[in-house]
Design a protein around this ligand. Structure first.
Ligand code: R5P
Length: 260
């Protein structure tokens, strides 16, 4: 791996612990102004001190984030779909590598939709992105998307998706937590981070998810709704951070929820 690629990755996955706490705020690219993310700058302000990197689109970056921010970001470069359109899986590359470099991204992110009518399209886009990433030293995060079919989140399917993403050259893979998650991680030769998915019922559910994912070998989280849709968003990110970086159990981490 070339120096630039390594350096970018080391800004995202903290060398001290080998893990990462990323805050995903890219949902608007297909969901529009999702609840609690209507004004991204306001939502993330109190969470910044506990975040290693942001995941977002260029539109939110340019319009809502100060350019002197001391934090790396993963740039979502895919889109072209929407929640009200005919096929959520119909994504292509929307943001060029040139723009990602101009913006000083530390990685680019792209969703793949395996098993859908757009499987080949999204995998081919991922391959093309990896080719460009190799040329410029830009890591690629592949997101194993399930669209509206949340029931797809099982170990067999997610193992398939993560492995294919890594085989095509993605440097990092983001997927959902599932039963037998350790098998998903073991059979994927690049670091795996977990998304939170739609808001879970309780705060403990989120902490258990993060804890179990880390115990199973995940290298961190790239969470959104379960952090910033919480009424205790700061407590949540502090607690998740202690699990990811300090090896806290879910119960130990839950003590941080009280410090609102
Ligand atoms: C999809 O909307 C994006 O890739 C999100 O970044 C991803 O789903 C993580 O966010 P959440 O934890 O809300 O699922």
């Amino acid at each position: 791996m070339d120096w630039g690629m390594k350096n970018r990755l080391s800004r995202l996955i903290k060398p001290k612990t080998g893990n990462a706490v990323w805050l995903a705020i890219d949902h608007g690219y297909f969901l529009g102004p999702v609840s609690k993310l209507e004004e991204p700058a306001k939502t993330i302000k109190p969470l910044i001190p506990y975040t290693d990197a942001l995941m977002l689109t260029r539109g939110i970056l340019r319009n809502c984030i100060d350019s002197d921010i001391d934090m790396p970001f993963l740039l979502r470069v895919s889109g072209g779909n929407s929640i009200v359109g005919p096929a959520l899986s119909n994504e292509t590359i929307q943001t060029s590598m040139e723009d990602a470099l101009r913006l000083n991204a530390s990685a680019v992110a792209f969703s793949i939709y395996i098993g859908t009518e757009h499987e080949n399209q999204t995998l081919s886009c991922l391959g093309a992105l990896v080719n460009e990433g190799q040329r410029y030293g830009m890591p690629v995060l592949a997101v194993t998307a399930v669209g509206k079919e949340l029931e797809k989140r099982d170990g067999r399917y997610l193992s398939l998706c993560c492995r294919i993403a890594a085989e095509l050259g993605a440097q990092v893979v983001k997927t959902y937590y599932c039963e037998n998650f350790e098998k998903v991680v073991k059979s994927c030769p690049v670091p795996v981070v977990v998304a939170g998915g739609p808001k879970l019922e309780t705060e403990m559910d989120v902490l258990n998810l993060a804890y179990n994912a880390i115990q199973s070998g995940a290298r961190g989280v790239d969470m959104g709704r379960n952090i910033w849709q919480s009424n205790n968003a700061v407590g949540m990110i502090k607690a998740v951070r202690s699990i990811v970086h300090e090896g806290a159990s879910a119960k130990e981490a839950s003590k941080l929820l009280k410090n609102k």
